[in-house]
Ligand binder design. Structure first.
Ligand SMILES: Cc1cc2nc3c(=O)[nH]c(=O)nc-3n(C[C@H](O)[C@H](O)[C@H](O)COP(=O)(O)OP(=O)(O)OC[C@H]3O[C@@H](n4cnc5c(N)ncnc54)[C@H](O)[C@@H]3O)c2cc1C
Length: 244
């Protein structure tokens, strides 16, 4: 059976998210002709205004912009964490309608890989054993629905996820933190890079809390605030370099 790796694709996003954010914010204070306001926004660079508005905590204006990702090669363990984010929308491959007669993809934790080939082979044999049990229950019960109970958390899932920018930034604050679990952190890092590539202004301050001030983890802090900040500076510099 195949060992899978995480793949994240940005399939859709709101076009011109920065202008739309500025429009949403200016709507709140505009008394005059709204079409003229729209034209002005289309013509002007809104970056400084967006920065000011977001600094003030006027975050609801980011809810008009959304991003949709196709995500595969992730475990059911990650799925359980991801779907705790209630403001997001998910469409997940069903284990009732999609059977695994031919086997299932599975995620191998880096800690298992670090133990070497013997450990990875042992892990693969355990996956094969679970497939054997699964097929056995499929045959006895005639459905996938209950047979799937013997499948592991490592089992691959695929999904489509949509989040608006406000929720995305909340998600990134929690899940890019070095204290977040490795698989969801890997996902969050990729999601951040994809979003930043589209609208750097909206995501300039996105990421773990320590990028914006004191570590919110208190005494559980990883203590690597400087490394996190340096990593971000390197990321921004590389992004700017690639845009030259
Ligand atoms: C490092 C880490 C460890 C964790 N460990 C555990 C654990 O051991 N056990 C566990 O169960 N969970 C755990 N979680 C999950 C965590 O408790 C949250 O469920 C998850 O991070 C989603 O966060 P959220 O509710 O803020 O986000 P979302 O659901 O995306 O909501 C976004 C924001 O909307 C508002 N909101 C949404 N729904 C409501 C509501 N019903 N009422 C009021 N306000 C609302 C809140 O302000 C919320 O912050 C962990 C998360 C992290 C990052």
């Amino acid at each position: 059976m195949p060992q899978v790796t995480q793949r994240v694709e940005l399939v859709r996003h709101t076009v011109d998210g920065e202008a739309l954010t500025a429009l949403a914010a200016k709507m709140c204070y505009a008394g005059g002709d709204l079409s003229a306001l729209l034209n002005r926004i289309e013509q002007n660079d809104q970056r400084a205004f967006i920065r000011k508005i977001l600094k003030m905590g006027h975050e609801s204006v980011m809810e008009h912009i959304s991003f949709t990702f196709l995500i595969e090669g992730i475990s059911r363990a990650l799925l359980a964490q991801l779907t705790r984010h209630r403001i997001a929308s998910f469409s997940v491959q069903s284990q009732r309608y999609v059977g695994y007669e031919k086997g299932f993809g599975y995620v191998v934790p880096p800690a298992v890989e670090a133990l070497g080939k013997q450990a990875v082979d042992e892990y693969a044999r355990q996956m094969d054993q679970m497939l054997f049990w699964y097929r056995d229950w499929q045959e006895k019960l005639g459905t996938n629905e209950d047979a799937r109970f013997v499948l592991p958390n490592a089992c691959e899932t695929r999904l489509l996820m949509t989040m608006n920018v406000r929720e995305l930034k909340h998600f990134l604050a929690l899940r890019m933190c070095r204290r977040a679990q490795w698989e969801i952190r890997q996902l969050a890092d990729t999601v951040f890079a994809l979003c930043y590539g589209v609208t750097p202004e909206l995501f300039a301050d996105a990421g773990p809390g320590c990028l914006r001030g004191k570590c919110p983890e208190g005494e559980k802090s990883c203590g690597q605030m400087n490394a996190v900040r340096m990593e971000r500076e390197e990321f921004v510099a590389a992004h700017e370099q690639s845009n030259l």
